[in-house]
Design a binder for this molecule. Structure first.
Ligand SMILES: [Zn+2]
Length: 150
């Protein structure tokens, strides 16, 4: 329940008008999170659970703020899906490969008594309500693919 509340507030962007939809989408795919819970052991996980590959997706609907500022928010409970914060990794879009990384910033959007961090990947060319999907490249360890569709 805490997680749901956190996600809801993390994705609340008054200008999009549809934060509940985003939260719902995330809630329907908890399996994506749970498989990712062993930190720093992607090799081990890939060899042990090859069939899971296709379920390894980080999906998100882009808010107006993300579109405007050029980033994709990464929810805290999905961090383990990505390489460690600050570590560069290849992200391929339409066969074009660029380097990306998960970054963080401190935030007090829940009040001064609840300091926390938000996580994001810088990514331009996004429009409000674009749906993005980031998956691990099954053919290339450590590389990720991003799909964007409206
Ligand atoms: Zn915050």
């Amino acid at each position: 329940m805490l997680l749901q509340l956190e996600m809801a507030s993390d994705t609340t962007a008054p200008t999009t008008g549809k934060p509940p939809v985003i939260a719902q989408r995330i809630d329907t795919s908890p399996d994506v999170i749970q498989d990712q819970d062993s930190y720093g052991l992607p090799v081990f996980m890939l060899s042990e659970k090859p069939i899971m590959t296709q379920r390894r997706v980080y999906a998100r609907k882009i808010s107006s703020e993300e579109a405007r500022k050029g980033y994709v928010m990464i929810l805290k409970n999905k961090l383990a899906f990505f390489p460690p914060v600050g570590e560069a990794f290849p992200l391929v879009h339409d066969n074009v490969r660029s380097m990306a990384r998960v970054e963080s910033y401190r935030c007090t959007c829940r009040g001064p008594d609840l300091p926390h961090k938000h996580y994001f990947i810088r990514w331009n060319r996004l429009k409000t309500r674009d749906k993005i999907e980031i998956r691990q490249d099954p053919d290339k360890q450590g590389s990720y693919l991003i799909n964007v569709h409206n």
